[in-house]
Design a protein around this ligand. Structure first.
Ligand code: MEV
Length: 417
């Protein structure tokens, strides 16, 4: 961890050199991070349709994360300033203990909708009595991944009364190992549907994974000591947390700040961040829409923060292998399973939330934001060296004027000086 203190002060090249050294990255593994053409047209064209190019995002490393005692470098791909810095700062304030995290087994829920059933009760009974046969049939579609611990574990069926008549919904629990699992689940559901139709004498309609991965959650917690963060920050976080608990408008933004960090890791590791988002917000809304984090003071007056949310993320699979950078990100993070990855993501979400609430509850976030904004404006106005960018940004901040035209004038003055 010591090697990474002051990481933010290094140039991008120096940072990359350090990470390369620390994680024994190969030349090719680092090249994909800096080579803007790393995603070849051919590969992109195979990934989606009607391809005309690729877009790029900055990739940063959040430092200071110690998760279950392990020092972890966290790659984050995000366009928003401050997210990486906020995560790193909040993580630093948890040291030396860091984060404690855990994750469920990789159980996804897959749903089959059965319509046109004459006798709902008999159908439900038939499904229950023939459970073993149904699960054996489902497992046939997962033989090739059985060696990775994957398989259909269980299912539950329920009757639902709808405006279009009664239906049966069958929810399968399927272990998908280190994959995200959507494809595996959907294939299994389509495969098992004929036997469900026979047993219910109905018609299987939707056969699809649920993004509410409520059986695949990750948790993380950390303690922010009052000596380190100050009492004002702790009170600020607690007040902010209460606000989010009581007000859905605030709660939306509270959870957005959490997802800033989680999505950035999802994108960096080639994961489906839309499914992560869907799962997180639906989970938050089970009951009444609530914050994904919780805070309280322990007996010493220190702040304990906790997070729990579904995280259906993968360390293997087609999306990961078609992303040129995901492999390198996973190697930098040094995670060996989707559970480990989920634990890192939960810790980062908690860190970003603590950072946002402790700033909002005390000095506000605009000062930090505007500092970065001013640097961007300076660069946009033509400032080239770090020295020029810093000086122009400093003057714009003093003047509280972030106009590009003004930045150009200031740059000229700085150059004359
Ligand atoms: C901005 O992207 C995220 C925050 O608005 C989160 C929050 O308000 O808690 C700062």
């Amino acid at each position: 961890m010591g090697k990474f203190s002051g990481f933010y002060r290094l140039s991008p090249e120096e940072r990359l050199r350090l990470v390369k050294q620390e994680r024994s990255l190969t030349g090719d593994e680092t090249k994909v991070l800096t080579d803007s053409g790393a995603l070849e047209m051919g590969k992109a064209d195979r990934a989606i349709e009607n391809v005309i190019g690729a877009v790029h995002l900055p990739l940063g490393i959040a430092t200071n994360f110690v998760i279950n005692g392990k020092e972890t470098l966290v790659p984050m791909a995000v366009e928003e300033p401050s997210v990486v810095a906020a995560a790193s700062r909040a993580a630093k304030q948890t040291l030396p203990d860091g984060f404690k995290a855990e994750a469920d087994e990789s159980i996804m829920i897959g749903q089959v909708q059965i319509t046109g059933i004459e006798d709902i009760n008999t159908s439900l009974k038939n499904l229950e009595v023939n459970k073993k046969e149904v699960l054996n049939k489902a497992s046939e579609y997962m033989k090739h991944v059985e060696q990775y611990g994957c398989g259909a574990r269980d299912f539950g069926a329920k009757a639902v009364q709808t405006d279009r008549g009664a239906m049966i919904i069958v929810n399968f629990h399927i272990n998908v190992g280190n994959a995200q699992g959507a494809n595996m689940v959907n294939t299994t559901l389509e495969g098992v549907s004929p036997i469900l139709e026979q047993l219910t004498e109905g018609k299987a309609k939707l056969r699809i994974v649920s993004n509410l991965a409520s059986e695949r959650k990750a948790k993380a917690s950390a303690v922010w000591k009052k000596e380190l963060v100050g009492k004002a920050a702790i009170e600020g976080v607690l007040d902010a947390h209460e606000f989010a608990k009581r007000d859905i408008y605030r709660c939306s933004t509270h959870n957005k700040g959490i997802m800033n960090g989680i999505d950035a890791v999802a994108v960096a590791t080639g994961n489906d961040w839309r499914s992560v988002e869907a799962g997180a917000h639906t989970f938050a809304a089970m009951g009444r829409y609530q914050p994904l984090t919780h805070y309280y003071k322990n007996e010493n007056g220190d702040l304990v923060g906790e997070i729990e949310l579904p995280l259906a993320v993968a360390t293997v699979g087609p999306a990961i292998s078609s992303s040129p950078t995901a492999g390198t990100s996973l190697k930098i993070m040094d995670v060996g399973s989707s559970q480990e990855l989920a634990m890192v993501m939960a810790s980062v979400g908690l860190a970003n939330n603590f950072a946002a609430l402790s700033a909002l509850g005390t000095v506000g976030i605009q000062k930090g934001h505007m500092k970065l904004h001013a640097r961007n404006i300076a660069a946009y106005a033509g400032a080239r060296t770090n020295q020029e960018i810093d000086r122009v940004a400093e003057i714009l901040t003093e003047e509280k004027n972030f106009n590009v035209e003004r930045a150009k004038e200031v740059l000229e003055r700085v150059r004359e000086e």
